[in-house]
Design a protein around this ligand. Structure first.
Ligand SMILES: NC(=O)C1=CN([C@@H]2O[C@H](COP(=O)(O)OP(=O)(O)OC[C@H]3O[C@@H](n4cnc5c(N)ncnc54)[C@H](O)[C@@H]3O)[C@@H](O)[C@H]2O)C=CC1
Ligand SMILES: [Mg+2]
Length: 352
């Protein structure tokens, strides 16, 4: 390689290699913890724990924003001791990631009563006082945190909820047993393995070239419009789901579509949001809104959407009186999709 590459190129190659190496090392470490119960137990000794109570994460208020505090195993054992509990509840913790220095991160719910734990759940208010924080519902917490913590807590929430809801084998009816990391549950009577489930959902911003289509479900917060979303049916490709959802919900046929990005979304259950841009043929834009699915759907110009993005907050809407609706918050992939459309009007579509 040195024969053909100059010094700058070589440096770049090795810098790239170093970066990749850190990521690969971390990924392999997490893989080992998921597979090896003893290694995972060992990692708990030096790891950090994020705490939940009935699926609400513990947050502490710092100067300008909320932070998700970490606790060591020792601190947790002290806390449990203070409330007269033994450490068995720690068996319910789930692995959610690790730092670059290979400090493993776990999540533990102190309020859920799992079948593997003989402990009664801890009282929320007492734990909040002891830990100088508050357990805040995820629907609120996510929007108060930085992106890294929001993503970590949303993973933790999804995994804790999945374990809470899958404690019994659907074939034998017997209690299933979680492995130490929480990457699976096994039924001891028939060895069936259950893995945490994710439901794929496509979210599509439809455009006719100059306008984009925004829709409202009756369950959305008042005044909020978003892109079209829908769960993938069994047997469908993503492209087929996009075409079906758009036809079902607004009666349009997709001409072209291209993938934009994806995001894990914890509401109402764990979904993988797959975001796409789609176009319909000019002249074929008449909406036939399916009122069983949507409350409203309408075309909006780029200028209208850009204005709403600039003022995007429900309270700003009331103050100004001029903005007729608002859009999902920055954290939601719908927001990114709409922003992308406003900012990159000329991105070239691929055939559907
Ligand atoms: N992160 C973001 O930016 C956004 C996320 N979303 C999420 O997308 C998801 C899907 O959007 P919808 O328009 O509601 O989907 P949808 O158009 O497929 O309609 C929902 C209906 O689909 C059926 N369904 C089929 N498979 C389902 C499954 N695995 N789980 C639950 N219901 C299933 C149910 O009857 C449900 O009432 C929602 O969970 C919503 O939270 C929606 C908009 C923005
Ligand atoms: Mg939908």
């Amino acid at each position: 390689m040195s024969l053909y590459y100059g010094t700058a190129c070589r440096r770049k190659f090795f810098e790239g290699y170093r970066l990749l190496s850190t990521y690969v090392t971390k990924t392999r470490y997490l893989f080992e913890l998921k597979e090896d119960d003893d290694a995972c137990k060992k990692a708990q000794q030096t790891g950090a724990f994020y705490l939940f109570h009935n699926l609400a994460p513990l947050l502490q208020k710092s100067e300008h924003q909320y932070v998700a505090p970490q606790h060591s195993l020792l601190e947790l054992e002290r806390l449990l001791g203070k409330f007269g509990q033994d450490s068995q509840i720690l068996e319910d913790s789930v692995l959610i990631g690790c730092s670059e220095q290979q400090e493993a991160w776990f999540a533990l719910d102190l309020g859920l009563n799992s079948s593997s734990s003989i402990n009664a759940s801890l009282q929320k208010a007492e734990v909040e006082t002891a830990l100088q924080g508050s357990f805040i519902k995820l629907t609120k917490a996510l929007f108060e945190l930085n992106v890294k913590d929001a993503s970590l807590l949303s993973t933790a929430h999804a995994l804790l909820r999945w374990h809470d809801a899958h404690q019994f084998c659907s074939r034998s009816g017997q209690p299933t047993k979680k492995n130490v990391s929480g990457s699976k549950r096994v039924c001891p009577s028939n060895n069936i393995i259950y893995y945490p489930q994710v439901a794929p959902v496509v979210i599509t911003l439809v455009s006719d070239g100059t306008r984009c289509l925004l829709v409202r479900q009756s369950s959305f917060p008042k005044g909020m419009y978003s892109a079209l979303a829908g769960f993938c049916d069994i047997g469908e490709s993503l492209e087929e789901t996009v075409r079906r959802e758009i036809a079902e919900e607004v009666g349009l046929e997709v001409d072209r579509l291209h993938y934009s990005a994806s995001q894990h979304w914890p509401f109402p259950h764990s979904t993988l949001m797959i975001a796409c841009h789609a176009t319909v043929k000019p002249g074929q834009t008449e909406l036939q809104v399916n009122l069983r699915e949507l409350e409203a759907a309408a075309w909006f110009s780029r200028d209208e959407v850009a204005t709403v993005l600039r003022r995007n907050h429900p309270s700003n809407q009331q103050q100004s009186g001029a903005v007729p609706f608002w859009l999902p918050p920055k954290l939601a992939i719908a927001h990114q999709l709409i922003k992308e459309w406003v900012e990159k009007p000329t991105c070239s579509p691929l055939p559907a």
